[in-house]
Design a protein around this ligand. Structure first.
Ligand SMILES: Nc1nc2c(ncn2[C@@H]2O[C@H](COP(=O)(O)OP(=O)(O)OP(=O)(O)O)[C@@H](O)[C@H]2O)c(=O)[nH]1
Ligand SMILES: [Mg+2]
Length: 325
């Protein structure tokens, strides 16, 4: 996987123009054109083996290995049953060593190699447990090529001999996810085994021809790929905006909480101060009251005495006979 993401961007920029020119050149010659097959699937699923079975020769390197064997897209051609066939093998998704960007760049290479677009995607799945990882791989393929790609997809199950006496139909019936996947692909599926010794591929080619016919002879186009990629970017942008919005919402909430805490603290301080002031005034009043009560006795005492004496004198003067009379 040597293609860097910079190279991928350059390819992406030139791709529409390149495909337009090729599309134009290929118009009218579609009937004579080779059947373009792109192999997709998880690493180790048996993509290269499927390619070899179709081309009836060791066209692609295939190996029993703990690491990904095919690291770059590769195109091999041949004539099978009188029909020219181009097979594009791809590195597996969930590749053991490649980064998401590298795999993405290789997927773009696969589109480039199949110009003006593949007639069929063979989605290669190993007959085994259809686990979350398998589901994720399939989902990633579907997202990368868009919903329309399902009209151009046939599922190829490898390791058919694992079934032993079990019927493939019964195997599929056991997994709801598998059934759903096959429904999306118009219930088109085929099973192979390496021990088939490259023999029964005619049936698969017939299935492809039938599918191409039902698609009005059309192939998957670069426009569909570009639309799918735009959709992914839009989704990513939407997700990013949603994350930003949530982050901002949380930040705002935090600021609001801090602010209201601060305001509450200030209000409480103010209240405490007011209370202190009120207490001070009340204490002052109480002290004044007390002082007044004591002071009144002191002050009013002599006044009462004097007042009393004056009153006594006034009354005595009024009551007493006037000596002068
Ligand atoms: N018994 C059996 N073995 C198979 C079958 N298909 C593939 N294999 C084996 O599974 C291993 C992996 O197959 P490959 O064709 O290299 O798988 P791949 O999907 O191309 O793997 P990557 O290139 O790493 O993504 C090889 O050892 C194959 O011989 C099958 O139908 N039956
Ligand atoms: Mg391979």
């Amino acid at each position: 996987m040597t293609q860097g993401s910079g190279g991928a961007h350059r390819i992406l920029l030139l791709l529409p123009l390149f495909l337009q020119v090729l599309n134009h050149q290929c118009q009218g010659s579609e009937e004579r054109a080779a059947m373009r097959i792109v192999l997709l699937g998880k690493t180790g699923a048996g993509k290269s083996t499927t390619g070899n079975i179709i081309l009836r020769r060791e066209a692609f390197k295939s190996d029993f290995s703990p690491v990904s064997v095919t690291s770059q897209c590769e195109k091999q051609s041949g004539v099978v049953a009188g029909r020219k066939i181009d097979v594009i093998d791809t590195p597996g998704l969930c590749d053991t060593s490649a980064t998401v960007e590298e795999v993405q760049s290789e997927i773009e290479n696969a589109v480039l190699m199949s110009v003006p677009g593949p007639h069929v995607f063979l989605l290669v799945i190993r007959l085994d447990r259809f686990t979350e990882e398998e589901r994720k791989t399939v989902k990633s393929i579907q997202e990368n090529f868009g919903a329309e790609a399902s009209n151009y997809t046939i599922v190829v199950f490898t390791h058919r001999n694992q079934l032993k006496t079990k019927r493939l139909k019964d195997f599929i019936k056991e997994s709801e996810s598998l059934q759903k996947l096959l429904d999306t692909c118009g219930k088109r599926y085929y099973s192979i085994d390496i021990s088939d010794n490259y023999s029964p591929v005619g049936e698969l080619l017939e299935m492809i021809e039938k599918m191409v016919k039902s698609n009005g002879g059309q192939h998957y186009t670069n426009q569909m790929y570009q639309d799918a990629q735009r959709k992914i970017k839009d989704e990513e942008e939407k997700k990013r905006m949603e994350v930003d919005r949530k982050e901002k919402e949380e930040k705002d909430k935090l600021i609001e909480e801090l602010l209201s805490k601060e305001i509450r603290r200030e209000e409480q301080d103010k209240l405490r101060m007011e209370r202190k002031k009120i207490k001070k005034v009340r204490d002052g009043i109480n002290a004044l009251g007390a002082a007044l009560t004591t002071g009144a006795a002191v002050v009013l005492g002599p006044v009462a005495v004097i007042g009393g004496a004056v009153m006594t004198k006034v009354v005595a003067d009024y009551v007493a006979p006037d000596d002068t009379d």
